[in-house]
Design a protein around this ligand. Sequence first.
Ligand code: FEO
Length: 401
Amino acid sequence: MSEVFKAVKISENVYWVGAIDWAIRDFHGYSTKRGTTYNAYLILADKVTLIDTVKAPFKDELIARIASVIEPEKIDYIVSNHSEMDHSGALPEVIELAKPEKVFTSAMGVKTLAEHFHSQERLVPVKDGESISLGNMKLTFIETKMLHWPESMFSYLADEGILFSQDAFGMHLATSERFADEVPSDILEFEGAKYFANILLPFSSFVLKLLERVTKLALGIKMIAPDHGPIWRKDIGRILDLYGIWANQKPTMKAVIAYDTMWGSTALMARAIGEGIASSGGSIKLMPLRSSHRSDVATEILSAGALVVGSPTINNNMFPTVADLLYYLKGLKPQNLVGASFGSYGWSGEAVRQVEDILKAMKVEVVGEGIKVKYVPDRDALKECRSFGALIGKRIKEKVG
Ligand code: FEO
């Protein structure tokens, strides 16, 4: 296999030895239309060190890439920056094969790995700011608690200026190119934002604190090597700046109108409300939920100022796709949004109020009272929808300033 799957040299003594998952289209509920990579890195220091592993089914690809530069049995240390199974799934088998002296991870990492794999053998806890000697090089650990798990940490190889950043600064993007500067910038920006919106958004305050710390280190950082997607080696400031923008969640004039419809009435209302928002200077993005994935709606919200949600009432409840979206978004804790609800109904019409209640629970500033229309909106009802949209647009404008 090592004749087929080769390591890629990324600096004087460091190799990428990860795996490319071209086929994955669903990453625990996040749509990964462009696949992903599980990055692992091999440091050829006096103490040969492997940074993270890969998802279990890709173990052979990882081993083959390692074997293309060194016998896996020569690995002295493994560092687990993140215990989630896309990076630790292959760890037990790699430990079994390589028999490293030690596996370094945070104190929480020891607990988390033990809870996954039911063994603490070789696990050694490291503290924030602690360094270990690799003989001719030194590796320093930076605690990144809640980015995005309680055990997460970065590792910094000052000798080569490489920050191994696990999930942070990564993206789900399968490519044959290993460096970000080899990938079109619009793809990088879209997939980077999608990753942030769907994985890191709830931890934005931690991101802002971490950025201050990373910015202080930045003079020495030549490369940011995440666990997914391409490696940043040029214009590193750009991805740091984008993380600052995304974590601040400053509202914009964009309104995301997410809705589903049974017989076309709620869809018609969505269009009329959209016209109203646009008439107040807003930019609208209509997202019919039968063809818009929840993770794509989350991505649009990252750069929006409003979330407007439409649902018909079915059997006294909101439509299932709307419930799916709202519970997903609630967990992501988006901030600084205004919002509203609307929908058509036949008998009782509970959905509009239910949607409004969830928006309030999400701390979205709800504008006015949600609009309900019985069966099919007539001209007056559509005019009312347009006026409602204009009101929402006015409030967005006030918030954006
Ligand atoms: Fe890529 Fe949080 O795992």
